[in-house]
Design a protein around this ligand. Structure first.
Ligand SMILES: [Zn+2]
Length: 291
């Protein structure tokens, strides 16, 4: 059974960039006769707020996107993440390096592999990565490879000072726990995928299929972050936004659909959805519209 998901971080209201990920994951799941789930990636309690999670869910429902199961909140999943950490055992080690110590290096060279510096607090628990190139075939972007030792090197799974598990660990544990078979998300996360595949292998999990859609950028090539949609978007606006989302995803919706209702747009989308039409690029500009 196909099980897909949309996993936003509630650091703000739903914006167009995450809406297209929601739409693509929903359409892929529905067209495969599968289920579609929503998960709130709110491990970072300093940046995420329950009111944004609620507003995102309201927007999704107003746009006709209702999950098949109750929403999973990562902020309630620490015991599952702790169990996975235990399972990783000796593959994990304590690192006392601060951001300042690392001086903005992109690759962690493994300086605490043989023990962290005495007298300094442990800042992260890192996963040892092998000298290995991990490749996967993305349903839109094609073959993609990552050399773990070169980037990012041993990566953090847990930050004890904040009692916070990292995105990489949480996403892998939750995709397995929720039985996710297909991950559809923005191409800004494609670099993380080889890391997540390695983590899945360490934990004996199944590897889901991946599909990375282009990231939405504005006319200057900047990633969208502030173009928030109204929290309770509905009516004509909802239809317009969905139409734009379909256009962004390369689906060529008919112009008159713009004025159709939400229900009519979804009917059209489910009948006409073609994954092959999604642009095979890492980023793509937002289509012209009312924003
Ligand atoms: Zn270190």
């Amino acid at each position: 059974m196909y099980r897909g998901r949309f996993a936003p971080s509630p650091t703000g209201l739903l914006h167009f960039g995450s809406l297209v990920a929601a739409m693509a994951s929903y359409l892929e799941a529905r067209c495969a006769g599968g289920q579609w789930l929503v998960r709130m990636e709110d491990v970072d309690r300093s940046r995420c707020q329950p009111r944004y999670a609620a507003a995102i869910l309201d927007s999704l429902v107003a746009l006709g996107l209702e999950p098949d199961e109750p929403v999973l909140y990562q902020s309630e999943r620490n015991s599952a993440y702790a169990t996975a950490m235990e399972q990783l055992g000796a593959k994990v080690y304590a690192c006392s390096c601060s951001r300042k110590d690392l001086g903005g290096e992109e690759t962690y060279g493994g300086r605490c592999r043989r023990g962290s510096e005495a007298g300094k607090p442990v800042r992260s628990l890192r996963l040892k990565v092998p000298e290995e190139v991990i490749c996967f075939r993305d349903a839109v972007q094609g073959w993609f490879c990552g050399d773990l030792a070169k980037a990012p090197g041993d990566f953090p799974l847990y930050r004890p000072l904040e009692d916070m598990y990292t995105y990489q660990l949480a996403v892998v544990v939750d995709d397995e726990a929720q039985g996710i078979t297909h991950v559809v998300r923005g191409a800004d996360l494609i670099d993380s995928t080889p890391r997540q595949i390695y983590l899945q292998r360490c934990l004996g999990y199944r590897q889901p299929h991946y599909l990375h859609i282009p990231v939405v950028v504005d006319e200057r090539g900047q990633k969208l972050s502030k173009q928030n949609l109204a929290p309770a978007i509905g009516g004509e606006d909802a239809a317009l936004v969905l139409w734009q989302g379909l256009a962004f995803l390369g689906q060529q919706p008919e112009a008159e659909l713009r004025r159709a209702g939400v229900k009519a747009i979804w009917e059209w989308a489910l009948e006409n959805w073609q994954r092959e039409r999604i642009p095979r690029v890492a980023e793509s500009p937002m289509p012209a519209g009312p924003f």
